[in-house]
Design a protein around this ligand. Structure first.
Ligand code: PLP
Length: 372
């Protein structure tokens, strides 16, 4: 597997002082205190042993209630698997459906871990394009063209990292319809579902295709809990047992103390989630204002907490650009190439720095592109 260019920039940034970090993909807030308190209480009360492979029953029920409400359909607890972060859910979902030599359609730009998991499964990742000119939405004609008898699964990510696109309902419906018509499984990564600034998040789980859709989400982004490693997966009923069995040789189960914290997070209401979202929206607006006139913003992000900046006019590849940007201006950003071969003309910035750092960092980045 290729070394992640994100990690490469992070290790270079770690060697420098006074760096403005626009590369970090996690909320810049501590986990809300009521969640931390519930974990401390759970540890004191003895929730320190293994949990079942599929997770604690109370948390599985809480996730089932949450998605049933959001999707306006009844989701049984038996379809829910608690995982070690959303990445654990992606791993179990993809491993459950992919056999060696199968093809899986993944986005470009797309989060690099999708390709890595496909490799681990011995499957072949096939990229479908998300072009800025289409608002970083998939092109159904291309998806149809790329679907072959070997294609087993279609991976979706909405709201998307790194583009910030939120797939509208009609796009999601067309994708699900295609999956139904061609017998594909859909693995829908919705870990940014609560970070939406415009439009509405439409979950693949709400579209009446419970026999073929795996929905992955978790607590990392919604509740500022990246380090706790808590995610969940809602599976087609017959495959929940496979996804559960896949946990045993890898993680066994998500941390029990973390799962107790997850129960508190889901029971505690969405006030903190809305506050995080409002903060990212404010920063998104700031970035749009700063970059708007320059023409460098690839697209106005409607969700998640990232934006892509177009560096094509510099003539540099994105890794060289990011290394020089860091060296010469002390701003760390992520090279687009890490998200796919068609994304080398971009760098990703995250709205997870303070307002002041974000303003300074984006201004330096813009000036650097203009003078390069
Ligand atoms: N999916 C996407 C698109 C992400 O950007 C990330 C983390 O950055 C994840 C999944 C992983 O989330 P978790 O921390 O819950 O494993």
């Amino acid at each position: 597997m290729p070394r992640s260019a994100i990690r490469e920039i992070m290790s270079l940034a770690a060697k420098k002082q006074h760096v403005i970090h626009l590369e970090v993909g996690e909320p810049d807030a501590p986990t809300p205190p009521h969640i931390i308190e519930s974990a401390a209480r759970a540890a004191r009360e003895g929730w320190t042993g293994y949990a079942p492979n599929a997770g604690l029953p109370a948390l599985r029920q809480a996730v089932a209630r949450r998605v049933s409400g959001r999707w306006a359909t009844q989701v049984a607890e038996s379809r829910v698997v608690i995982t070690t972060g959303a990445i654990g859910g992606l791993y179990s979902a993809l491993m459950a459906v992919l056999d060696p030599a199968d093809e899986v359609l993944i986005p470009d730009p797309g989060w690099p871990n999708y390709e890595a998991i496909a490799h681990l499964a011995g499957a072949r990742p096939v990229r479908y394009g998300l072009a800025a000119a289409r608002g970083f939405l998939p092109d159904m004609a291309e998806i149809r063209r790329l679907t072959t008898p070997r294609t087993k699964a279609l991976l979706l990510n909405t709201p998307a990292n790194p583009t910030g696109a939120v797939f509208p309902g009609e796009v999601m419906r067309a994708l699900i319809e295609h999956a139904r018509a061609t017998g594909l499984y859909v693995v829908s990564d919705e870990v940014y579902e609560d970070m939406v600034f415009e439009g509405a998040h439409v979950s693949a789980g709400s579209l009446d295709a419970a026999d073929r859709v795996f929905v992955v989400s978790g607590a990392s982004k919604s509740f500022a809990m990246t380090g706790w490693r808590l995610g969940w997966l809602v599976c087609p009923e017959p495959l929940a047992a496979v996804a559960t069995a896949l946990q045993e040789p890898v993680t066994s189960c998500a941390s029990t103390i973390t799962q107790k914290a997850g129960e508190a997070a889901l029971a505690g209401g969405d006030e903190c989630v809305r506050a995080f979202c409002a903060r990212f929206r404010r920063r998104r607006d700031m970035v749009v204002e700063l970059l708007g006139a320059s023409g460098l913003l690839a697209c106005v992000p409607a969700g998640a907490f990232y934006a892509l900046v177009d560096i094509a006019r510099t003539g540099l590849d994105s890794l060289t650009f990011c290394k020089r940007l860091l060296e010469e201006t002390s701003v760390a950003a992520v090279p687009g190439i890490t998200f796919g071969p068609a994304s080398d003309r971009y760098v990703r910035i995250a709205f997870t720095a303070s307002d002041e750092d974000l303003r300074t960092g984006v201004t330096r980045l813009m000036q650097y592109v203009q003078r390069t």
